[in-house]
Design a protein around this ligand. Structure first.
Ligand code: PMV
Length: 324
């Protein structure tokens, strides 16, 4: 029976995606830039089986809840449509990071699923088509398809909204030290959050200025200019959280320890270290630094009250097939 296995890394956004122009197709209101996280991955196998009456899914060895299953089944329907096939599949996905670590597995999960499912279904997608397919599962998943440092062009439709690599994983020795302050699942996930973005008065200003921030961030990466990078990355994260906090209803993801980490990072930078923060739709803080500072940054973070653990990662490759 046709079978394929793929591996993909999650990514951390430096310029954030928040809000959809088309929620069905997950066309974002603004472009975004990210880095794949090489130490973390999802590994997904898809095997079509004419004997099945429905798709079967296990994540880390267990069947997931109904919502996750429906989301994956819908995605698989789209793949079946593209491949003109009616067969259901066994899907197994394993993450090397705990589901309850507060790190979202949707980006790496849907990127790996896109490649495994499209390959097993006999589709020969190029990298652009594969990125656009992953976007259907979870917007940010399209950024886990290309390698290293990646930009997602917002585009206007299914074919023009995809991500491409700006620079390879070896281009810049950045490290992400993720300060885990809460392992619990978020009450309002990004899916619901995107639909609230437009209810904030600040969203329009955030989106209008996005091309400028994208250009500064892209240039800072290409020039390996940490100071400029730090300024634009922190500004972009704060802008997104300002939108979240002023949405109706308000979304406040920060916890006291989140702020303690942010303050400590700003102090470290004033003391001459190359370090900055960025925060997704949760309380954990991604502390971005360069190789030579990463051990001392991680040590400092571990001592902040409320920080449970620190996971470190270097830039990662794109989504790829592996032998079964
Ligand atoms: O791909 P989603 O729907 O999980 O949205 C991701 C949203 C943020 O993580 C907050 C920002 C981003 O660009 O990754």
């Amino acid at each position: 029976m046709p079978k394929a296995t793929a591996i993909a890394h999650p990514n951390i956004a430096f310029i954030k995606y928040w809000g959809d122009a088309d929620p069905e197709l997950r066309i974002p209101v603004n472009g975004s830039i990210s880095m794949n996280l090489g130490s973390l991955h999802s590994r997904t196998t898809v095997e079509f089986d004419p004997g099945l009456a429905l798709d079967e899914l296990t994540i880390n060895g267990r069947p997931p809840g109904d919502i996750a299953l429906q989301r994956v089944a819908r995605f698989m329907d789209h793949v079946r449509n593209l491949a003109d096939c009616k067969t259901f599949a066994h899907i197994t996905s394993e993450n090397n990071f705990p589901m309850g670590s507060g790190i979202a597995s949707s980006a790496s999960g849907f990127a790996a699923l896109s490649l495994a499912a499209s390959t097993a279904a006999g589709l020969e997608l190029d990298r652009v088509e594969l990125s656009a397919l992953a976007r259907r599962g979870s917007g940010s998943a399209c950024r886990s398809v290309p390698t290293g440092f990646v930009e997602w062009y917002s585009g206007q439709d299914d074919a023009t909204s995809y991500a491409e690599s700006i620079a390879g994983a070896d281009y810049w020795n950045l490290r992400d030290c993720i300060a885990i302050v809460n392992r619990a699942h978020k009450e309002t996930g990004s899916l619901a959050g995107h639909s609230l973005a437009g209810s904030s008065l600040l969203q329009e200003a955030r989106v209008r200025d996005a091309p400028r921030r994208l250009s500064l961030c892209r240039q800072a990466i290409l020039e390996r200019d940490f100071q400029s990078f730090a300024e634009i990355v922190e500004l972009d994260s704060n802008l997104m959280h300002a939108v979240m906090m002023t949405s109706q209803p308000q979304l406040v993801y920060w916890q006291p320890a989140t702020l303690a980490v942010m303050q400590s990072v700003v102090e470290m930078r004033s003391g001459g270290m190359q370090v900055c923060f960025t925060i997704d739709a949760g309380p954990n803080v991604h502390v971005i630094t360069i190789d030579e500072y990463s051990t001392s940054v991680a040590k400092k973070l571990e001592h902040i009250p409320g920080v449970n653990e620190v996971l470190a990662s270097s830039p990662g490759e794109g989504t790829r097939l592996i032998e079964n």
